[in-house]
Design a protein around this ligand. Structure first.
Ligand code: SAM
Length: 286
């Protein structure tokens, strides 16, 4: 019997039995593993860290897509950075958006997920509204001039190619790509283990955007309780969209996690997370 062992946090590890190995290989960016587990279905890991599983992907992808999109209310142009498995792209395309640009640094992740994790992306990569760019998201926002209504950052953790996507200059460049009502949302780790990440992001976003904060979603295979998703905007307060219930009802999506009630409740965070938001960060550590 072979086990996949994730060592993301100091002194703690998570094990998942590999019932069938589907792919294992290395690109110039990262090590990629796709395997099957009887409980979780197919699992994608990059550099030994779980990225997504067929069983619980809906929780994370629905919350990263639908909270900003329903909160914004009329997004037409969406930018996704990372997200190579296509799960977030599939959720975004459930909205009446005109165009989704997805900038993923590692083309192999996209190719392998299209081949072996089809249940996660469905037909999203073939949708005519999808513009897939294989490139660095950091460079795309720094050098491009296209504007977006919503930017979603579905990146790996702040090690390897995902690291600069957690830095102040990246959030500043994103602001320049967003209009007055534009919204950015990004994955921000599991604060029970990754305290520094939350405090650092909170400080950066607060100093750049008029509105910012975090909302929570517990994803079973991102061990440690709540994952937090960070959000920010010049003019949109995601917490208090007046006609949220109407927007959600009108689109009539059949979802597994997101509802209008969950949207409103997700901003109520426990004390240990609230206190990290206001903690001054001196060094990133875990
Ligand atoms: N949901 C996952 C999580 O939170 O663990 C993230 C999944 S998604 C597969 C992460 C993707 O971000 C990877 O495919 C990786 O190649 C991509 N990525 C990392 N750094 C990037 C960058 N600088 N520009 C674009 N994509 C990047």
């Amino acid at each position: 019997m072979t086990w996949f062992q994730e060592h993301l946090h100091d002194g703690v590890s998570q094990s998942i039995r590999i019932d069938r190995l589907i792919f294992e290989g290395e690109t110039k960016f990262q090590k990629i593993q796709i395997f099957e587990n009887a409980t979780l279905g197919r699992v994608l890991a990059l550099d030994g860290i779980i990225q997504t599983t067929e069983a619980d992907e809906f929780m994370y992808h629905e919350m990263l897509a639908h909270v900003p999109l329903f909160g914004h209310g009329s997004a037409e142009r969406v930018l996704i950075i990372g997200g190579g498995d296509g799960g977030l792209l599939e959720e975004v395309l459930k909205h009446p958006v005109r165009k989704v640009v997805m900038v993923e640094i590692d083309g192999m992740v996209v190719d392998l997920c299209r081949q072996h994790l089809r249940s996660i992306s469905g037909a999203a990569f073939d949708d005519p509204r999808t513009n897939l760019i294989i490139g660095d998201g950091l460079e795309f926002v720094a050098k491009g001039n296209e504007n977006f209504d919503v930017i979603l950052v579905d990146s790996t953790d702040p090690d390897g190619p995902g690291k600069p996507l957690f830095e102040r200059s990246f959030y500043e460049n994103c602001k320049a790509r967003l209009g007055d009502w534009g919204v950015i949302a990004t994955q921000n780790g599991v604060p029970f283990f990754q305290h520094a990440e939350l405090s650092e992001t909170a400080g950066n976003l607060r100093s750049i955007y008029e509105y910012s904060g975090f909302y929570g979603v517990p994803v079973p295979t991102y061990a440690g309780g709540f994952m937090t998703l960070a959000w920010a905007s010049r003019g949109t307060d995601l917490k208090s969209a007046d006609d949220l219930e109407v927007r959600v009802r009108n689109l009539g999506l059949k979802l597994g996690y997101y509802t209008a009630d969950i949207h409103r409740a997700a901003f109520a965070l426990p004390g240990y997370i609230k206190s990290l938001e206001s903690k001054k960060q001196t060094s990133r550590g875990r």
